[in-house]
Design a protein around this ligand. Structure first.
Ligand code: PAF
Length: 283
């Protein structure tokens, strides 16, 4: 596995692959890799000749006061896992390499509408940072396919829109959420949970499933379902940011005619802000 820190060396490596007509998959990450990330890498290997994984804790997607400094950084263990997963290239740039003008003076990519909903309301500027860094990685790696986890469902839609609007010739491939046996979605931020909180954190997924079951049984009062599950989360010691039933395609509030739905939730448990979602088709 090549480990590359500079933009110039990354460009050279991918240029050589492209000249040999080898297809390239990109798996963007912020490191502290878990089974969910490795699942993305294995899927990437199935889809392309060469796999690039990036590890970069992107400062522009964190608001002031968020966990940028505390975000778990485990580069040596990550490199070992990626080597075992037969990754071809690990790109680990510094912030100065990717933002040479500094994070405050850089050009940003905005995806309007979608970015202001749900997590965007609680994390202003977050999706602008995500869209910007992913846009830069697409320009650098010029991947044929890029893989993203469905756990970050809103992020997935923001990236799809950004790629379509800016005409990137890349296929965005979504990979289902990998869960612990308890149902808790795997996430680097689960590292902030104590053992007891980690057990309790599975309540979030159970609430999403219960809401989906209620809709499946024909309950049409979506606001009531949302309120019920917010109360359940509060009762279990969470501080919910939102619990919301939306249209799957564009995250608009779900109307009576919409059949393809996604239920999304974000809630704090101790120091961790957990997000998760389930999708369902209403008949
Ligand atoms: O999902 C993440 O880990 C990050 O938001 C991403 C897509 C790597 C951009 O920094």
């Amino acid at each position: 596995m090549l480990i590359i820190e500079s933009v110039a060396a990354l460009r050279r490596a991918v240029r050589e692959w492209h000249s040999k007509e080898l297809s390239v998959a990109l798996v963007p990450t912020m490191g502290n890799l878990h089974e969910g990330h490795l699942h993305l890498v294995r899927e990437a290997k199935r889809l392309a000749h060469r796999v690039v994984v990036s590890i970069f804790v992107n400062p522009t997607q964190f608001s002031p006061g968020e966990d940028f400094d505390a975000y778990p950084r485990t580069p040596a263990a990550d490199a070992e896992k990626l080597r075992e997963a037969a990754t071809d290239l690990l790109f680990m740039p510094s912030a100065a390499e990717l933002y040479p003008a500094g994070v405050d003076a850089t050009t940003f990519v905005e995806v309007p509408g979608l970015s202001d909903e749900l997590c965007g309301r609680f994390r202003p500027g977050h999706f602008r940072g995500v869209a910007t860094i992913v846009c830069k990685l697409f320009n650098l790696v010029q991947p044929d396919v890029a893989l993203f986890g469905e756990k970050d469902y809103q992020q997935l839609l923001v990236i799809r829109r950004m790629a379509a609007d800016l005409d990137f010739p890349v296929r965005i491939h979504a990979v289902p959420t990998v869960r612990e046996a308890s149902g808790l979605a795997m996430s680097s931020r689960n590292a902030y949970l104590t053992a007891e909180q980690k057990e309790r954190a599975a309540v979030l997924y159970r609430c999403l499933c219960r809401a989906a079951e209620a809709i499946g049984r024909g309950d049409k009062d979506l606001e009531h379902i949302e309120r019920q599950q917010i109360e359940t989360l509060r009762g279990a010691g969470f501080r919910p940011d939102y619990f919301s039933i939306r249209r799957e395609t564009d995250l608009a509030p779900a109307g009576p005619e919409d059949s393809r739905l996604v239920i999304l939730a974000a809630a704090w448990l101790g120091k961790a802000r957990l997000i998760d979602n389930v999708r369902l088709t209403r008949v």
